[in-house]
Design a protein around this ligand. Structure first.
Ligand code: PMP
Length: 349
């Protein structure tokens, strides 16, 4: 097949390098901000000869209850990643519209935009945290979607919900504020869900991949009012959620399962504080970004240390941040898994 069949934006696309797409071999997986808690699920399926419900009511009801919203404010997607892509497909016109992102941030915003030939107005996390609303709105300019990752992956920074509200107000007639709350369960006070009472131009992205320990399920949610969700309902695939996924998601959202999730979050937050305290004393760690989420991002004195960890089977996520390639993001695993991190650094000294 001739390459000329490919549109230019696809030919030059750099694919998202996912946690499992590389040929990595390891015994301790701390590279994808997954949960270390593997839960047992029960699955008995019938009527697989029939198509599933496009939006399974039991899951929508359970999630709306959890998020304290009305069921009409919840749309289930194939992971938060599908939510990101759907918002661009619905609200952005290729080769015409743009989105705004605050880097460093989650890589899929760029991949999704590039795939769909949507321009990116790249601002910085520092600007988001520092600038006044008037200045920020000016910089955001004509962007249709403004992605605020909260807490931000990989820096852990939190944008106060008041600031999100002010930005939504300032851009009420020009942009949709997309608040990516993939990690919000680790810092629930700053959720933007309450803004849906006042704003039609806010949409919150959620997932079961992190605190709910179900990355393998591929389930996310878009939380918004009709003004956002009704157009998205026209664009989403007819049956995005398989019968099996719906059954498991329903089990993950019972009151008991939510209590268990919160217990696991507090264990992970405590594992994180302990590891942070330990890392802050390591002579090989030159900078530690202290933030929210089930991960710690740090700078090492020497980037070759990372390959030693990989060789020993401890897989973490290397990053180039602020122009330097010796950054590392460590997902918060079990205490035993985090012992491997300490062992690696101790042996490297
Ligand atoms: N948003 C952020 C900030 C993430 O870090 C991730 C996954 N790493 C996602 C969204 C995607 O989540 P999901 O697994 O639900 O597609």
């Amino acid at each position: 097949m001739s390459n000329s069949l490919l549109p230019q934006n696809i030919a030059s696309l750099k694919a998202y390098s996912s946690a499992k797409s590389e040929k990595l071999t390891g015994s301790t997986w701390l590279n994808a901000n997954e949960s270390p808690f593997n839960k047992a699920v029960e699955l008995s399926l019938d009527e697989l000869n029939r198509y599933p419900k496009p939006q399974p009511e039991a899951v929508i009801d359970a999630y709306s209850n959890y998020a304290q919203l009305a069921p009409t404010q919840v749309l289930m997607t194939r992971g938060a990643d599908e939510g990101i892509e759907l918002l661009m497909r619905t609200f952005c016109e290729p080769a015409k519209d743009s989105i705004a992102i605050f880097t460093p941030t989650y890589g899929m915003y760029k991949v999704s935009a590039d795939t769909q030939n949507i321009a990116i107005n790249e601002l910085s996390q520092a600007q988001l945290q520092r600038d006044q609303i008037s200045e920020l709105s000016e910089r955001i300019g004509s962007a249709k979607l403004v992605f605020i990752c909260n807490p931000n992956n990989p820096t852990g920074s939190l944008t106060p919900v008041d600031k999100v509200a002010s930005l939504a107000k300032a851009l009420e007639n020009s942009a949709l504020i997309v608040v990516d709350e993939a990690y919000i369960e680790f810092a629930p006070e700053q959720s933007a869900v309450s803004l849906l009472q006042d704003f039609n131009n806010v949409v919150v992205l959620r997932t079961l991949s992190k605190a709910f320990a179900l990355a393998g399920l591929r389930t996310g949610f878009l939380l918004a009012n009709d003004a956002v969700l009704n157009p998205v309902r026209k664009v989403i695939a007819p049956y995005p959620v398989s019968t099996a996924v719906a059954k498991i998601a329903e089990q993950a959202l019972t009151p008991d399962a939510v209590t268990q999730m919160r217990r696991q979050v507090s264990i992970l937050n405590s594992n994180k504080s302990k590891l942070e305290a330990w890392l802050s004393k390591s002579p090989l760690v030159t900078q530690l970004l202290s933030g929210e989420g089930n991960f710690i991002t740090l700078q090492l004195s020497d980037k070759t240390l990372i390959s030693n960890a990989m060789k020993a089977g401890t897989i973490m996520r290397p990053f180039t941040l602020f122009g330097e390639d010796n950054w590392l993001r460590i997902s918060i695993g079990s205490e035993q898994e985090l012992e491997q991190v300490k062992l690696w650094l101790e042996q490297s000294e």
